[in-house]
Design a protein around this ligand. Structure first.
Ligand code: GCU
Length: 415
């Protein structure tokens, strides 16, 4: 049997008709996980076998399924864009150069601005590899530094009070990252689209609407799609920064932004690698396990994150044409690091590990190796293969321990 044609230009809209189910119970007992069968990344939808030479077509097929049924299609086409420098200075007692730029995108009589905060180590000659890690709470929260431009978007999204400077320094151990010779770029995810179910009133969606459109179609992007789009626009900008090696940008994120990082790297092959920290449901965790947060729950709590079609799979994960090991596989053969925390049952650590293991089949087909262990690790254990995995002891968080593993992973696979 021949692989199917995957010509993007002839894709039909996919509009599912269902009554979304409300959030029901949540299982956190491993004994109650029911048997499930995963869709095979190495078999085309029409049953044809995937080989190394036709993986590109299967990749497109899987990507299209994630677009139409999970995250929604990201519109194509460049927006009118302006880049303004906000500030350049030194930070970390001279150990780093800090750059801040504002990227403004316009169309349809609307505009949005993404403030990008970039650090590069002063001690390194030449372009450096950079971690691009968006933040939830505003750029001013990642370090207690009065020179960081307050995120205006965070002020808007939090009723006028964007919270104190430096409240999230624990998630961004700058001295550790820069001391290892890497740069860090970040932006407030709400600059691309606020994390509010407000009918997409303030984000990038409006800029791409066609005539008379007022909301995304059921198969079009939600907020996570917009955040991933923001990562790609920041990567465009990093390509203009002389101190940055844009062939070695590792996109990463924690939790909802860990879901985003995987989706960004799946869509945009320019990202050299990805880390996804405690990303859970619709991130790295297998949906069919229905352990911890599930599809009905996530669509009830965060209806704006995904495309509307995704709501049809609440309490019906078996009907999903994809599962999350295939999202990881879309990154192949580029290096990917998945991490869980031992007390983070909501994100299903075992489901994250199993997805990483299942994605290995694609990496192996492409000759890239894969996850280098079969058994679920004990807390504190780290496996640094082309697919890396670690289980940190403790709660849902992006901690210094996690960063040290991501830096080791980058040393091994990106540097
Ligand atoms: C909630 C949500 C998760 C998400 C997390 C986060 O717990 O249910 O899906 O990953 O928030 O982003 O912190």
């Amino acid at each position: 049997m021949e692989p199917p044609s995957t010509n993007l230009s002839v894709r039909e809209p996919v509009v599912l008709d269902c009554s979304p189910v409300p959030a029901g119970g949540v299982n956190t007992d491993e004994v109650l996980v029911e048997p499930y069968e995963l869709p095979d990344p190495l078999v085309f939808e029409n049953g044809a076998a995937v080989t190394r030479s036709n993986w590109g077509e299967r990749r497109t097929e899987i990507l299209n399924l994630f677009e139409d049924h999970v995250f929604g299609r990201t519109p194509e086409g460049e927006l009118s864009a302006i880049t303004e420098e906000s500030e350049t200075g030194t930070a970390l007692d001279g150990a780093a150069t800090r750059r801040q730029v504002r990227l403004t995108f316009s169309n349809n009589d609307r505009s949005i601005a993404i403030d990008v905060l970039i650090y590069v180590p002063s001690s390194v000659d030449g372009p450096v590899p950079v971690f691009l890690v968006p933040n939830f709470d505003g750029n001013h929260t990642i370090a207690d530094d009065p020179d960081i431009v307050f995120s205006a978007g965070a002020t808007r999204d939090r009723g006028g009070d964007a919270g104190p400077r430096g409240s999230k320094t624990g998630r961004f151990p700058l001295a550790t990252i820069l001391g290892r010779g890497y740069g860090l770029a970040t932006f407030y995810s709400g600059d691309a689209d606020p994390d509010i179910d407000d009918g997409f009133a303030n984000g990038v969606h409006h800029l791409y609407y066609s005539d008379a459109q007022t909301t995304p179609e059921p198969y079009e992007w939600g907020t996570i799609g917009a955040w991933a789009w923001g990562c790609s626009r920041v990567l465009d900008h990093l390509g203009t920064e002389q101190a940055v090696d844009d062939d070695r940008v590792i996109v990463g994120g924690h939790s909802r932004l860990g879901k985003t990082a995987l989706w960004a790297a799946a869509q945009d092959k320019r990202f050299a690698a990805v880390f996804s920290n405690n990303s859970g449901c619709t991130g790295a965790a297998l949906s069919r396990r229905r352990f911890g947060e599930n599809v009905a729950v996530i669509n009830t709590l965060f209806p704006h994150w995904f495309c509307r079609n995704y709501r049809c799979y609440g309490n019906d994960e078996a009907a999903l044409p994809v599962d999350q090991h295939q999202l990881i596989a879309l990154v192949a053969p580029r290096p990917v690091h998945i991490a869980s925390a031992s007390e983070d049952g909501w994100a299903d650590p075992l489901g994250e590990f199993l997805a990483a293991r299942e994605a290995s089949h694609v990496y192996e087909l492409l000759g890239a190796g894969g996850l280098e262990r079969e058994d679920f690790p004990s807390p504190g254990e780290v496996s640094l293969g082309p697919i890396s995995y670690h289980l940190r002891d403790g709660e849902h968080a992006l901690a210094e321990f996690d960063w040290v593993q991501y830096l080791d992973f980058a040393d091994n696979h990106v540097r």
